[in-house]
Write a protein that binds this ligand. Sequence first.
Ligand SMILES: CC(C)(COP(=O)(O)OP(=O)(O)OC[C@H]1O[C@@H](n2cnc3c(N)ncnc32)[C@H](O)[C@@H]1OP(=O)(O)O)[C@@H](O)C(=O)NCCC(=O)NCCS
Length: 146
Amino acid sequence: MPDEKKSPTLAVREYRDSDRDAVWALWRESGVMADPERAGQDLEFCRASADNTLFVGLQDRRIVATIMAGLDGHRGWFHYVAVDPDNHGTGLGRHMVAHAEKWLAGRGAVKVELMISQTNHAVLRFYENLGYGPEPRVVMTRDIGS
Ligand SMILES: CC(C)(COP(=O)(O)OP(=O)(O)OC[C@H]1O[C@@H](n2cnc3c(N)ncnc32)[C@H](O)[C@@H]1OP(=O)(O)O)[C@@H](O)C(=O)NCCC(=O)NCCS
């Protein structure tokens, strides 16, 4: 992480079809895309729903950050929170989260929930610095796809 923090000069807008290659490269480099096929499905679902969106953050017209935000009717969710590794620690992640929070709040969300692996200390600290905290819940899941 750079020693000095810069205020991010970031232009944030919604994803466009022409962003696909740049977003795929960013997701690969930042490690948020475990399975490209799954990522493609997530993106398709996101774009087909008025309650979900993908924001891209641009510096000098280059995509350096993303955040997918979704509303489940009550809570907001984030996915694909990614910042170009060369720009970590410069405030871009904070900026993207604030932008997505505003978008969700404008649609009536009262809370944002996140799932982070317990061992992902870097991301835990990132969200802690943004005012997020753990809640004593057990996440239960079941695969229902074929
Ligand atoms: C997590 C991630 C999005 C953070 O983005 P970023 O632009 O580097 O974070 P910021 O510079 O906006 O940091 C915001 C705050 O979190 C802190 N922070 C960020 N990363 C941190 C880390 N690894 N350890 C400790 N603190 C960290 C910053 O110091 C800053 O605190 P401050 O402003 O109160 O001093 C980025 O590291 C990333 O893309 N990681 C890989 C992908 C990933 O794991 N995404 C999350 C999937 S759930």
